[in-house]
Design a protein around this ligand. Structure first.
Ligand SMILES: Cc1cc2nc3c(=O)[nH]c(=O)nc-3n(C[C@H](O)[C@H](O)[C@H](O)COP(=O)(O)O)c2cc1C
Length: 178
């Protein structure tokens, strides 16, 4: 079993993918990890849309990573794209978010997406968080209703890249004991 810190260090943004399909069972385990994520008032305001049909994935990638979004064209080579869609959460979490002037649903989907990604890393899969894509085009092609947002896309596939050295603030810079 992988030690958690080892797993956190092993995960990196994979921007090269091998021409090798991802097993549906592995995607199922990643979804299970995401399903177990905590959320404000347990509202679970997420939907994971797994696009693993090659024809649809190619058609989707061609439009969502074009124009001003083409810096993310590398993701079109990933055999799977996972769209993380959200609603604004339950009425209680929405009310709490309004009073606190924060967006709990975005915190929630961030946690769930990272659960998915860490499980993928444990299974030997490469992933990349993608926040820069044409959301309207994604919604149109997949028939996602107007009241939903697609906040994040995750590219998933096998990669032969090795994890690069992490560039991070030191513990002293990012934390304090008081
Ligand atoms: C919310 C979010 C959005 C991101 N969007 C993109 C993106 O659009 N394109 C990209 O190549 N990387 C994207 N990244 C990846 C970050 O650039 C990357 O996580 C960061 O540089 C640290 O590198 P590492 O993931 O390899 O540890 C995103 C990461 C997060 C958390």
């Amino acid at each position: 079993m992988t030690d958690f810190l080892e797993l956190a260090a092993k995960r990196f943004s994979a921007r090269n993918y091998l021409d090798k399909p991802v097993e549906k069972e592995k995607l199922g385990l990643c979804l299970e990890a995401a399903r177990l994520a905590p959320s404000a008032c347990n509202s679970q305001p997420w939907e994971f849309i797994v696009v693993n049909n090659p024809e649809l994935k190619n058609r989707l990638a061609a439009v969502i990573f074009s124009g001003i979004y083409q810096t993310n064209r590398f993701a079109a080579k990933a055999p799977v794209l996972v769209l993380v869609a959200s609603d604004k959460g339950s009425i209680i979490s929405k009310t709490g978010a309004f009073i606190r002037d924060t967006k709990f649903y975005l915190v929630d989907i961030g946690i769930a997406a990272e659960h998915f990604i860490l499980q993928a890393a444990e299974l030997g899969l490469g992933t990349c968080w993608l926040g820069w894509f044409n959301e309207q085009a994604a919604k149109k092609i997949l028939g996602i209703p107007k009241n939903k947002r697609v906040d994040i896309v995750i590219s998933v596939g096998y990669t032969d890249k090795i994890p690069p050295e992490k560039t991070r603030k030191s513990i002293q810079e990012m934390s304090k004991f008081v």
